[in-house]
Design a protein around this ligand. Structure first.
Ligand SMILES: [Zn+2]
Length: 216
C-alpha cells in the first residue's frame, strides 16, 4: 500500500475509534486531532513542530511507536496497528475532556497523572480490541516487589520511569476494563475519570492510590 493510502486509512480508523469510544463512555469530541502515519520517508518538517519535539519524533520513528502531542493535538502513528490507533484515540479524548496538564506538577503527581493517562489509553484500546494482551503483567508489581523488579529492569536495560508508568497504567487499565464490562464499575465513574483534570497538590497521587486499592 502506498504511504498516502496508508495515511488516509489510519486517519479514518482513528476517527472511527474516537467516535466509538466517545459514544461508549459519553464523552465529547471537541474537535479532531491531526493524525500522521510516520513511514520510512516521512519528514519531520512536514509536522510544523518545533525542534523541542524532534527527539520524541525520532524515537517514534525508530521504534515504530506512536505518540500524542498534547499541546499541539497531533497524533503520530508509527505502526498500522489497531492497538496503537485506539490507544492514541483514547489519550486524545482523555486530554481534551480533562484538560489535564503534566508539567505543572510535583514528581509524585506528575507520575500519577501519567499513569492515569496510560490507564485510560489502555482501557480505550480494550474497548476497541478486547483481545489486546498486556505485555507487562508478567513482571512483578514494581510497587510491591521493587528489588525483584529493579533486577529485571537493569538486566533488560529498560528505563525505570517508563516501566513504572506503563506497568502501573496498563495493569490498572486492564483491571478497569474488566470491572467495566462486568458492571462492577459504572459508565459514569469511567466518564468522571476521563474528565478529571487532577489539579491540586496530591490530587493525582491520591487518585492513583485509590484506583490501586479499588482495582488491584
Ligand atoms: Zn499510551
Amino acid at each position: 500500500m502506498r504511504a498516502s493510502q496508508l495515511q488516509e486509512k489510519i486517519e479514518t480508523k482513528l476517527f472511527e475509534c474516537l467516535e466509538d469510544i466517545a459514544e461508549e463512555i459519553g464523552l465529547n469530541i471537541p474537535f479532531l486531532p491531526e493524525v500522521y502515519f510516520i513511514g520510512r520517508n516521512f519528514k519531520f518538517e512536514t509536522l510544523g513542530l518545533s525542534e523541542k519535539e524532534r527527539e520524541d519524533y525520532e524515537l517514534v520513528k525508530k521504534g515504530r511507536q506512536s505518540i500524542f502531542f498534547h499541546k499541539q493535538k497531533i497524533i503520530l502513528i508509527g505502526t498500522n496497528n489497531i492497538e496503537h490507533i485506539s490507544e492514541e484515540a483514547g489519550h486524545f479524548l482523555h486530554i481534551t475532556n480533562s484538560h489535564l496538564t503534566l508539567y505543572d506538577k510535583n514528581t509524585k503527581d506528575y507520575l500519577a497523572s501519567w499513569i492515569i493517562a496510560e490507564m485510560l489509553g489502555y482501557f480505550s484500546s480494550k474497548l476497541i480490541n478486547p483481545d489486546r494482551k498486556n505485555p507487562l503483567n508478567r513482571y512483578p508489581d514494581i510497587l510491591n516487589e521493587e528489588d525483584k523488579c529493579m533486577r529485571i529492569i537493569n538486566k533488560k536495560g529498560w528505563d525505570t520511569e517508563d516501566f513504572l508508568i506503563y506497568q502501573q497504567g496498563y495493569n490498572l487499565g486492564e483491571k478497569l476494563f474488566n470491572a467495566y464490562i462486568s458492571r462492577v464499575t459504572s459508565r459514569r465513574y469511567i466518564r468522571n475519570l476521563f474528565k478529571n483534570n487532577l489539579k491540586g497538590k496530591n490530587n493525582a497521587y491520591s487518585t492513583f492510590l485509590k484506583l490501586r486499592k479499588r482495582l488491584l
